[in-house]
Ligand binder design. Structure first.
Ligand SMILES: Nc1nc(=O)c2c([nH]1)NC[C@@H]1CN(c3ccc(C(=O)N[C@@H](CCC(=O)O)C(=O)O)cc3)CN21
Ligand SMILES: O=c1ccn([C@H]2C[C@H](O)[C@@H](COP(=O)(O)O)O2)c(=O)[nH]1
Length: 283
């Protein structure tokens, strides 16, 4: 939580205004920031200086692991975060590849689980990684990528957290996640939870211990209409101690994640937080 507040303060102090063409808004921006979470020690990086809808964040990453490409599927496991990008993004609404209401197109897990091969067919990157890690194998390229520049025109949004690289040292699993673009008030609140949960879940289903997760952010921004509540309200609050996340130990395989896991399999102990702040969302 301290790391998060430091980044917010860094943007307020050092940020440079950048015009963003896609949203038509100005963003106060810094380049390059590194966060890390000791998942093995249970350091759950949840924001406490406003109410966080952490279950929606977990639902989103579970949806990615399942390869969802439809906002209705995301809603059915507990998050509305893809509604606006699927149904209110002008460029996507006019895109001939959009298959109708709630379609997100070829995004995130849909890409990783069906990664097109130049010589035909596709690869399920996640399954390959889970199979390797389960046998204690790390080929120094255990990379789950959601990024396919040749397919951007087929989806409503390019992936923001686009690469998750897993590594084994001894009996412990590590994760390096990279994010190209970060909406610090809204998106990052979710993305920190997702990096933590991704390492914890992957360690649990591959029989390894959780180590550390390293989260690299490239373009970190606060949209112009989010600056006042961040600077004048959220940054004036004192953080509470971090809560602890409990994950159902019965989750043992990738198939469990694909078939029966719900948000009831995740519980928080000791979450104390300040009142909610509603930040504007830019489509
Ligand atoms: N501008 C922008 N920022 C993002 O963070 C973002 C996108 N676009 N597009 C794709 C996904 C969708 N994500 C989202 C979308 C909405 C919220 C949001 O509205 N969060 C609120 C309420 C959440 C709830 O009620 O469940 C929040 O207060 O955190 C967060 C992340 C993250 N991503
Ligand atoms: O997981 C996510 C997904 C999206 N975001 C933010 C970052 C940007 O503000 C927008 C995406 O816009 P681009 O023009 O494609 O960069 O969504 C996030 O922070 N985390």
């Amino acid at each position: 939580m301290d790391q998060y507040l430091k980044l917010c303060q860094r943007i307020v102090d050092e940020g440079v205004w950048v015009n963003n063409e896609r949203t038509g808004k100005r963003c106060l921006t810094v380049i390059n920031h590194d966060l890390s979470y000791d998942v093995g020690a249970g350091e759950f990086p949840l924001v406490t200086t406003r109410k966080s809808f952490w279950k929606a964040a977990i639902a989103e990453i579970i949806g990615y692991l399942r390869g969802y490409d439809n906002a209705a599927d995301f809603r059915s496991i507990g998050t509305k975060t893809w509604d606006a990008n699927a149904n209110q993004n002008e460029a996507w609404l006019n895109n001939p590849h959009r298959k109708g209401e709630d379609d997100c197109g070829f995004i995130y897990g849909k890409v990783a689980r069906n990664f097109p091969k130049p010589d035909g067919g596709s690869v399920d990157l996640l399954k390959q990684i889970v199979d390797d890690l389960s046998q204690g194998k790390d080929n120094r390229g255990e990379i789950l990528t959601f990024y396919h520049p040749g397919a951007f025109h087929l989806g409503c949004l390019r992936p923001c957290m686009y690469s998750h690289h897993f590594s084994i040292l001894g009996d412990t699993l590590y994760l390096n996640s990279t994010q190209r673009s970060c909406d610090v008030p809204l998106g990052l609140n979710f993305n920190m939870v997702q990096v933590y949960v991704l390492l914890a879940l992957m360690a649990q289903i591959t029989g390894l211990k959780s180590g550390k997760a390293y989260h690299k952010l490239v373009n970190c921004h606060i949209y112009e209409d989010q600056l006042a509540p961040m600077r004048d309200i959220q940054l004036q609050r004192e953080p509470f101690p971090s809560p602890t996340l409990k994950i159902n130990p019965d989750i043992k395989t990738l198939q469990d994640i694909e078939t029966w896991v719900t948000m009831d399999d995740f519980e928080l102990e000791g979450y104390q937080y300040h009142p909610a702040i509603q930040y504007p969302f830019s489509v």
